[in-house]
Design a protein around this ligand. Structure first.
Ligand SMILES: [Zn+2]
Length: 123
């Protein structure tokens, strides 16, 4: 893996190593694998931390990605028991044009009086 300096687009970016957002100036440090896979822009903090810390950062994100993937597989196996149709969703957008309550106090009072809470079942 290597980091190559080049001119880039100035603006907010997400670091390819630590995944934090950072402000990219006119110079860009691109992380590129030995197989020439472009990982992306690298933030100055990662550059400052050095190669060993960047390797640890990548390993940590790889472990997190495996954990997230396992969670998503479990959720997918669980499956969906209830899914509103797009038509129902669009109807709800028309019905809920404004927030249900104007304040937390109003919501608390309504819920105390038996009104709808945000997580109430709709049936
Ligand atoms: Zn970084």
């Amino acid at each position: 893996m290597k980091l190559l300096l080049s001119a880039g687009d100035v603006g907010e970016q997400r670091c390819a190593i630590c995944e934090r957002k950072f402000w990219l100036g006119p110079a860009t440090a691109y992380a590129i694998s030995d197989d020439n896979v472009l990982l992306g822009e690298t933030c100055p903090a990662c550059l400052e931390s050095g190669p060993q810390e960047m390797e640890r950062e990548l390993e940590w994100h790889a472990r997190m990605s495996r954990w997230v993937a396992a969670q998503k597989e479990e959720f997918a196996r669980e499956g969906f028991s209830e899914v509103p149709s797009l038509e129902e969703y669009l109807m709800a957008e028309r019905v809920y044009q404004t927030p249900l309550y104007r304040s937390a106090e109003e919501a608390d009072a309504a819920i105390a009086a038996g009104g709808p809470g945000l997580l109430d079942e709709n049936d």
